[in-house]
Ligand binder design. Structure first.
Ligand SMILES: *Cc1c(COP(=O)(O)O)cnc(C)c1O
Length: 475
């Protein structure tokens, strides 16, 4: 592709170039059990039209763009209602779950600076299953992390949480549910602990916020997790996941105004316009928020309840398949439509390759702490209709599955050598790409060897390798 031609190209050529570029992307064809959250063509088309219609709205200045206020207020209002928010609760549209989480931590930090000035090193107490976005927030914002162990079902262990609670904790975190295992932390107990110690409590409902309330409405028992729980001070929920909106839309809700004031950032000490930003970006398009509102209004409460039911039925079916096979082990009974399973004897990464060869896309995930290497499945309305086919293929893939690969000594030696080479100085990324057998940025169909290598690496080395790897993709 000629990135910057001397003479401008025609619209047709440019658009067909983009179509070509996308030809190998994952699509909402019902065969992906990761990344895709799709409620069908009608919703997708509406999202696209609304996205285009709102593209030029600049949220930087809500006085110059009244539409930004109309869209955001309505989206917030809908989400507050869904989360059983009390009078006085407020919210902010954000660009994604990560931003919602980072702003929740930022708000907690500022709030603590004002109300608990004795705290020198603010910390957050969070289960090891909490999303990496909290680690990112800690990294960016200078907040310490106190990791809490989980029980055999991967829910926060309250004994450990109580043991680790300290006077420096400004924020307690719980997931509803956790991404990897799809289980809800004991939110009531965590919130009570937070209250007892004068800390705030954030519920990460990024993935569950637009499913759990509707599952409950459809008669499934769902543990308490929203603002109805005393002590819960903020909640994140992603519209671009199970809200079925295009990417770029999430929501941060807060129980009261003081917390949101701490979330905002204002600056008058420069020579340009005085700014006030509710989120991390300055100039920002309302396209994704407008699209999210459109989809929310189109599906309506009934639509979400029905979709939640459909996804749950498919999940129950797949969980039954996993549980019925002695070769497989469910890591935890999920509270909603995403879960993790592993193999007992067979090689989990070889199983993922076999599924790939049959045209499915699943998410192989490495071991960490008590959570072994596993395959993660995210069920959405589109792949739900394929649950039976997928289950059948999964069972077929178990026939003659090679047993778990023990990482050879030389691989471990190579990893150790890489680790020390990286500590000592610059490391040639070509060595890594060669070791992985990656060409032109595409993971080979057979990726098991790559996963074995990364799974065997220490988390610290894995982080370095993945930075190199992705850096190479963009070089
Ligand atoms: C997806 C997710 C996030 C982060 O959201 P992004 O939209 O990917 O930035 C945070 N928490 C949980 C539980 C999630 O599933």
């Amino acid at each position: 592709m000629n990135a910057f031609p001397q003479h401008g190209l025609s619209k047709d050529i440019i658009l067909s170039g983009l179509t070509d570029a996308r030809s190998r992307d994952l699509s909402a064809d019902g065969r992906a059990f990761a990344f895709i959250y799709d409620a069908g063509k009608e919703t997708r088309d509406l999202g696209r039209d609304a996205f285009a219609a709102c593209m030029s709205i600049n949220g930087l200045d809500p006085t110059a763009y009244p539409s930004a206020r109309i869209i955001e207020r309505n989206l917030v209002k809908a989400c507050l209602e869904i989360m059983a928010a009390p009078e006085g609760a407020l919210g902010t549209c954000t660009a994604g779950g990560t931003e919602s989480v980072m702003l929740a931590v930022k708000a907690a930090r500022e709030f603590a600076r004002k109300t608990r000035p004795d705290i020198v090193r603010p910390a957050m107490l969070l289960p090891i299953t909490a999303h990496a976005a909290f680690h990112k927030a800690a990294h960016y914002l200078g907040v310490d992390m106190i990791p809490v162990a989980v029980d055999e079902n991967f829910r926060a262990d309250m004994n450990d949480a109580r043991r680790l609670m300290s006077k420096d904790v400004i924020l307690v975190v719980g997931s509803a549910p956790s991404y990897a295992h799809g289980v809800i932390d004991p939110i009531e107990a965590l919130a009570a602990l937070a209250v007892e110690h004068g800390a705030l409590m954030h519920v990460d409902a990024c993935v569950g916020g637009l499913v759990l309330p509707f599952l409950r409405e459809s008669g499934v028992e769902v543990a308490p997790f929203d603002f109805a729980v005393p002590g819960v001070t903020s909640i994140s929920m992603d519209l671009h996941k199970y809200g079925f909106a295009p990417k770029g839309s999430s929501m941060l809700l807060v129980r009261d105004r003081a917390l949101r004031d701490s979330q905002y950032f204002a600056c008058a000490t420069w020579t340009g316009y005085t700014i006030v930003n509710s989120t991390t970006l300055g100039s920002k398009s309302l396209a994704a928020a407008g699209a999210a509102l459109a989809v929310l209004q189109h599906l309506g409460r009934e639509g979400y309840v029905q979709l939640a039911r459909t996804m749950w039925t498919a999940t129950e079916q797949l969980v039954r398949t996993v549980e019925s096979r002695p070769e497989l082990r469910l890591l935890a009974k999920p509270d909603m439509n995403l879960f993790a399973f592993t193999t007992v004897e067979g090689d989990i990464f070889a199983l993922a390759d076999r599924l790939t060869a049959r045209g499915w896309h699943v998410q192989p995930t490495y071991g960490f702490g008590p959570s072994p290497a596993h395959i993660h499945l995210t069920i959405d309305p589109t792949n739900a209709s394929n649950a039976e086919n997928f289950g059948r293929d999964l069972e077929a893939c178990l026939e003659g599955l090679p047993s778990r690969v023990e990482v050879p000594g030389e691989t471990l030696a190579m990893l150790a050598a890489m680790e020390s080479a990286m500590t000592d100085g610059p490391f040639d990324p070509a060595v890594l790409m060669g070791a992985l057998g990656v060409e032109d940025g595409a993971l080979p169909m057979q990726s098991a060897h790559i996963h074995h290598l990364l799974n065997a690496a220490t988390p610290a080395l894995r982080e370095k390798l993945i930075v190199l790897f992705v850096g190479e993709l963009f070089t």
